[in-house]
Each structure stands twice: as C-alpha cells, then as structure tokens.
Design a protein around this ligand. Structure first.
Ligand code: LLP
Length: 506
C-alpha cells in the first residue's frame, strides 16, 4: 500500500534519520508545510519508531535524490519494473543465458566461482575514470576507500587519476603495485606519526592536513628549514565550510560540528593556514574540503564552493580541492548529475566567487567511479513465507558483504540475472545468513513470481563501499572479486578460505 503522509514536527525527530524510502541515504525529514511525498505506511511507521517519535501522527519525507515521479501509482509501477538500465553496469546486455556484463554471463560466473561474488565491469570503471579526468583535469584523485585492491589501484593510475589514500593501509596497497608516490594524496583526521613518516619517506604528492596536532607532528617529522621550498612536502589544509548537505548524518562532513578539518567560520582554518605558511618544513599549496557523500543536489556543491572560494581567493594559493561526494542512483526512479555537471557547476561557482583563473580546481570522486560498475551475486537458500506478515528470501551473504542497508538504511534493487527483464510483482525482504534480524540486504525488495530456492539473485550498484566495508562477521569468508571485460573474467581478489579465517590467530 502506498500512502501520502505528512508529519507534524515533534520534539525528538532528527533530520536525516534513515527514512523509509528505498535509497534512504538520500532522504531527509522535513517539517510541516513542506511538500509530502509517498511512502508506504509500514515503512513510514517503522521509520517513525526508529526515530523514537511514536506520538507523531504523520510523516513527510522528501527524497533529496530527484525522483522523476511522485505519484503512488507510478511509484508502485516503478518498484515492480525490472531494474532500470542506468542501475546496471555500462556493458550489461541480455542474451539467451540472461544478463551478461563485459560479455560474460552472470549465472555462468556464479556457477564457476560460487556465490556470494562481486563482479565489476572494468570498462565501466575505465569510462568513469576518463570522465573524471575530462571533468576535473590532471590532479583529480580516485577516493580508494570506495573500493580498493591492487587491480583497482593499477586501473585508476593507468587511467590518469591520482589516488586518495586515507590510511597507512590504503597507502601500502597503492605503493605495493608501483603507483608513483607523487600520484598519491594522503588524507585522514587522525594520521599517526608512523603514517605521516611513511608518507614523507616515500614522498607522496600531497598531504591534506586535518588538525593542529597534525601540524605539530609534521613539524617534528620534517627537517625544518633544510630543504629548498620546491622539495618540501606539499600540503593542503582541510576546511569545513559549514554546509549541511541533505544526506545521511554519518556521511555528512562539511558542517561545523565535525571531526574533520578546520572550521572556516570559527577562524580555525585561517589559524591553520597561518601556521602552515610559517612552518619551515612543508609547502602549503592549497585548500581542501569534502562536504559529504551521496550528494544528489549540485546546489550543495555550489554553495560549498562559494564559501570555500571566498576563503581561498585571498590566500594566493594554487590548488583548491572540493572533495568527493557525487551521489549515484541505487533504486528505480533516482537520477543523478553527471561528473561533468558537478565539475562545471563547481567551477562556475568558484569563478564567480573570485577564484583566480589558472587555479587547479579538482576533486576526489569515489562512489561515482565504481558504484554502478559493481554487482553482487548471491544464491537463494531459503524462502520463508509468513502468512499475513511478509516473505523472507535468505541468501548466502549478508551484512558482511554489504553493511550499507544496516548502517544507513540504504535501498537496493534485487533481480534474477537469468531473467533480468522480468517484472517483479512479488514483495519480499532479502536477508542474509548472519545471526541477527538486522541482517537485511534489501528491506523492501521486489522479485519475479517464479523465484525459487537455488536461484542466483543479484543486487546492482554494489561497487562502492560494499567490498571495502566487508567483514568476517560470523566467520563468513569475504567473497572473491572479478573484473569482467571483452568476454573474459579476471579474478582480482580471491575469495577467503576457512584457512584464512584462522591465519591471524597465534
Ligand atoms: N574525499 C574525502 C575526503 C572523503 O572523505 C570521501 C568519502 C571521498 C572523497 C569520496 O566520497 P564519494 O565520492 O565516494 O562520495 N561508507 C559510506 C560513504 C563514506 C564516505 C567517506 N568519505 C557509504 O557507504 O555510503
């Protein structure tokens, strides 16, 4: 059942709680007087309970992701439609054996490699990388936290991107396959002395400085004054522009109340700039900000760019990095700006706010490079119909290979690769095999009527923050990762074995 629901604002309701709509990461709660949108009554109620606002009578949820539709009938139809083509990897095609990606049939891959299985369309990633370079120019960095393995590091480097690494571990993976250190950008709100020392030793291209403690640490680690300016490590100062983007609170970073960066409004950012300009061991070259992730509205990037630009322009520095954060569509009906639109809007805003021509304005996309390239395959093991309640479809993975639904209430589509164009009239909940009820993959899934135990079930758009946040919860081995291209599948990360699960124990 679909429902138009409006909410009287109540004390205790926080904005940006995971909302009941699919794709919840990109939804927010609005107060009374805002346009209501459609949410199914049970989802809305579940959400209201989660917010702890049991006394409220009605809910208004506005998806920040621009949905093309807003009528209940259209939403219901969209839900039952097969996943829209733009949710699938670029080279997806339908043949006699069902859905193929990179010219390889998914059901056949599931048979050969087993499930769960992560499959990436290599061509798709390469095209997105080239778009990023075209949109932002040299210096644009791939945010490796979205998905990193040695093959991915090589690919991003080959396609001309720098790599943003946020820990010593990510730094190690990039260096281990020969990505030149000068193509690496080191991030982190709490870089250890060892991480900084390693970055300085190998000579990373940029360090994004995040705190006064880090400035002190860098001072101790750099051989003050002895190096000519040109040879000093280049640093940027990370600032928080004070912009609240409409995305899940866990992935908002540009607001004042943040563990990241230096606040522009409080004057901390100016103090950091002054300290770094005086620091004899480093060369301050620019300013960095990242306002959040899964941002659909180019307006937020423009807003942040204006604040950043006003801070940046008088400093006479040469580089401005606007972070990552471009959203992607996860469910039917969602649409996102392109990397080109994001870059153009940002550049225009910077220019109008007085950033000098010739300034290197660049970004660090993660999700928008890899999310849609990835698909996860599972095997259906159990179908449990609870009369009058719901049907649970349990698969052989779960929150250990995709924690995003549990963490952020994120929505996904589910479909059968053997019949990818089939309509999906049956409403089910896709769950994993872990020992807790929160182990949900798709809370409000739609599947074809003929789904049976043994079917391979796919969830698209799992290329970002899925494998990278995977765990061994319940001692479930992490799945293998394949790159597919030109009719060939290439194993890039092998699946863990039971033996791997005890290899660290001493
Ligand atoms: N730059 C910085 C400094 C970041 O912190 C991030 C993401 C990015 C770039 C890349 O953002 P992207 O283009 O991927 O949105 N685990 C969450 C996302 C966390 C994002 C953290 N930082 C999720 O699954 O949605």
């Amino acid at each position: 059942m679909s429902w138009d629901i409006t909410l009287a604002p109540q004390a205790g309701l926080e904005p940006a709680h995971p909302a009941p709509e699919a794709g919840a990461l990109s939804t927010e709660l609005l107060g009374l007087g805002q346009a209501p949108i459609v949410a199914s009554a049970d989802r809305a109620l579940a959400w209201v309970r989660r917010c702890g606002a049991v006394s409220c009578t009605a809910v208004s949820v506005r998806p920040v992701s621009p949905r093309r539709v807003d009528g209940p009938e259209t939403l219901a139809r969209l839900a039952a439609d097969p996943p829209e083509p733009h949710l699938l990897p670029m080279t997806a095609s339908i043949g006699r054996g069902g859905l193929a990606v990179g010219g390889v049939e998914l059901v056949a891959l599931a048979k050969q490699y087993g499930t769960p299985l992560f499959i990436y369309d290599e061509e798709h990633i390469r095209v997105r990388c080239r778009e990023a370079v075209a949109a932002w120019g040299d210096g644009v960095a791939y945010a490796t936290k979205a998905f990193l393995c040695t093959a991915m590091a090589v690919l991003a480097h080959e396609e001309g991107l720098c790599l943003d690494v946020a820990t010593g571990g990510e730094l190690h993976v990039a260096l281990s396959v020969g990505v030149p250190p000068e193509r690496l950008v080191l991030h982190g709100n709490n870089k250890s002395e060892a991480e900084l020392a390693r970055a300085l030793e190998v000579g990373v291209g940029r360090i994004v400085v995040d705190s006064f403690d880090e400035i002190d640490r860098l001072g101790r680690l750099t051989d003050a004054g002895s190096a000519p300016r040109a040879q000093r490590p280049r640093v940027l100062v990370r600032v928080t522009p004070g912009v609240e983007v409409h995305t899940h609170e866990f992935v908002r970073t540009g607001q004042e109340d943040s563990k990241f960066g230096f606040s522009v409004a409080s004057g901390a950012a100016s103090k950091a700039v002054a300290a770094l300009e005086l620091a004899p061991g480093v060369e301050l070259v620019g300013v960095h900000a990242h306002i959040g992730s899964q941002v659909f509205d180019v307006g937020h990037f423009e807003e942040a760019a204006v604040i950043l630009a006003e801070f940046f322009a008088p400093l006479s520095l040469s580089e401005l990095v606007v972070g990552g954060g471009l959203g992607v569509a996860y469910v039917n009906g969602e649409q996102t700006p392109t990397q080109g639109e994001w870059a153009q809007a940002t550049r225009d805003a910077c220019e109008q706010a007085g950033v000098a021509p010739g300034t290197r304005i660049t970004a660090e996309p993660g999700r928008s490079i890899v999310a849609t390239a990835g698909i996860t395959l599972y095997t259906v093991g159990t179908v449990k119909e609870l009369a009058g309640i719901r049907t649970y479809v349990a698969v052989d993975g779960g929150m250990s290979d995709n924690p995003r639904p549990v963490l952020y209430g994120s929505g996904y589509e589910a479909f059968l690769p053997r019949e990818p164009a089939a309509r999906r009239p049956r409403a089910v909940r896709v769950v994993g095999k872990h020992c807790e009820s929160g182990d949900v993959i798709v809370a409000e899934a739609r599947v074809p009527d003929d789904l049976v135990v043994g079917d391979v079930l796919a969830t698209p758009v799992t290329g970002a923050y899925g494998y990278s946040m995977a765990s061994n919860y319940n001692k479930v081995p992490r799945p293998p990762v394949l790159f597919v291209r030109g009719g060939q599948a290439r194993l890039v990360v092998r699946g863990e074995t039971f033996e791997d699960l005890v290899r660290l124990d001493v």
